[in-house]
Design a protein around this ligand. Structure first.
Ligand code: LLP
Length: 446
């Protein structure tokens, strides 16, 4: 998996950074490692289901953006929704990122993890409440990415009430098609996100007239898990035109927010060919080209690209069962822990924590214990034959894994561990059954 292919740059030749930090030990070792830590050891120490992330890998991804956008004034505002663990946010803050948030809850997380960086927070989302807006105004965030005329009105009203001036970027809907799953495509006029270009223009004029609003930026986000760089370029071309038009009207835009959305390869086979740095570079080329001549700051809101491949969900095989001609491998993790396969028919590679080349291969469904047919991690997947007690790693689960987890079926939420080279630490302990019930009435006092 960690094939040391070579990439030549104009100045030097360096080893390609592998897409994932997970790899089998070499030589006699047949254990799957994260960085230098044996995953089976973590599964035994902390139990399963368990999310494991590599700090090294996250740091590398942040650096890839820094390299690709070198020479261009930019801030990477990590999209908190992808993975909002406080320790991860704190680590990202140490790497110098800002944050893209979509709720008062995410604002609270950033406040707790990186209070000094609230001025690097962009607030996106189609349905901000008055209370959320008030909290963000009080926190003096960098900018509100406004998605409708109604939201602009509400923002002005709250700013007037609090005697503040709200920095505003209209999130425009560029009507650009980007190939991805329909649930996570956002940049076409039929989607609920953003405002049409024509409407945006009028809203900027309106904001510019207000004592309580200050138009500072333009934002765009066309969707998630987009593998080709061109749609980003197309969207930003349109943003560029708007910025020029606004300038001619005396509205000076200081920053352009290109949103998130850069995709990764979930295929295991692609780990030999998917070069994440090359993907960011291709993306950066499109962005640079579209924004040529723009002298302000660029904001970026990647989530998945930063953290998806840094994480895996570890789970233990409970047993195997057969129905008709199908074989099911039942695991102790379910759709409440990782919902992506159920919700988006997403493919996640699965590896045993111990490689045993003597085992025969079998075609199986890997399913969770939740009472829904949609509770699966893989269908008709060829895997080495598995038995009760074996551990598996569901790869590329660092983004939209834990953050989309729930207590469905009254299952307590998983623990999370952060690996850094040879060391590891628990960054969220496993939820207890009692904790799961605490907000409800009816608990006996002892
Ligand atoms: N900015 C905005 C305004 C967004 O709505 C999103 C993601 C991002 C940035 C980050 O996008 P990324 O770089 O991670 O693609 N749960 C789905 C993905 C939902 C994405 C929602 N918005 C999944 O698991 O595929």
């Amino acid at each position: 998996m960690s094939a040391a292919r070579r990439r030549s740059t104009s100045a030097k030749t360096e080893a390609v950074i592998p897409a994932r930090p997970f790899h089998y030990g070499t030589g006699a070792g047949r254990d799957l490692l994260c960085d230098q830590v044996r995953l089976a050891q973590l599964a035994k120490e902390y139990g399963t289901p368990l999310y494991v992330y590599s700090a090294t890998s996250i740091r590398q991804r942040v650096q890839m953006f820094a390299d690709a956008f070198a020479g261009m004034r930019h801030t990477l505002c990590y999209s908190v929704k992808a993975n909002s663990n406080l320790s991860i946010l704190r680590m990202l803050a140490d790497f110098g990122t800002g944050f893209d948030i979509v709720s008062g809850g995410e604002l609270e997380r950033v406040r707790v993890a990186a209070k000094a960086l609230l001025d690097r927070v962009v607030f996106s989302g189609v349905g901000k409440t008055a209370a959320e807006i008030d909290a963000a105004l009080a926190a003096k965030i960098l900018v509100f990415n406004v998605e409708s005329a109604a939201e602009l009105d509400l923002l002005e009203q709250r700013a007037r009430h609090l005697l503040k001036r709200a920095p505003v970027a209209m999130r425009v809907n560029p009507d650009v098609f980007a190939a991805t799953h329909p649930y996570i495509s956002t940049g076409m006029s039929e989607h609920k996100f953003g405002v049409e270009m024509g409407t945006a223009y009028a809203l900027y004029q309106r904001a510019a007239r207000s004592k309580y609003l200050e138009p500072t930026g333009v934002s765009v986000h066309i969707g998630s898990q987009i593998r080709s760089a061109e749609p980003f370029g197309q969207a930003l071309q349109r943003v560029s035109e708007l910025v020029r038009e606004l300038k001619s009207q005396g509205i000076d835009i200081q920053h352009i927010d290109a949103g998130g959305g850069l995709g990764i390869s979930y295929q295991l086979e692609d780990s030999e060919t998917f070069d994440p740095q090359a993907a960011v570079n291709a993306y950066a080329r499109q962005v640079r080209e579209a924004l040529a001549g723009f002298e302000g700051e660029l904001l970026l809101e990647p989530g998945r690209f930063i953290i998806a491949q840094a994480g895996a969900l570890l789970t233990q095989v409970l047993h195997e069962k057969r129905n008709g001609n199908k074989t099911f491998v039942v695991t102790d993790a379910g759709m409440n822990d990782l919902i992506r396969p159920s919700l988006y028919q997403a493919y996640h590679a699965i590896l045993p924590l111990r490689r045993d080349t003597k085992r025969k291969m079998a075609v199986v469904d890997v399913v969770g214990p939740v009472c829904e047919t949609g509770d699966f991690f893989a269908r008709d997947r060829e895997l080495p034959e598995l038995t009760a007690g074996d551990f598996l790693a569901v790869l590329d689960a660092g983004a939209y894994g834990m953050s989309l987890s729930s207590n469905y079926n009254s299952r307590a939420r998983a623990a999370e561990v952060l690996v850094n080279g040879r060391t590891h630490r628990l960054i969220r302990r496993r939820e207890t059954l009692r904790e799961m019930l605490t907000q409800e009435r009816g608990l006996p006092s002892k």
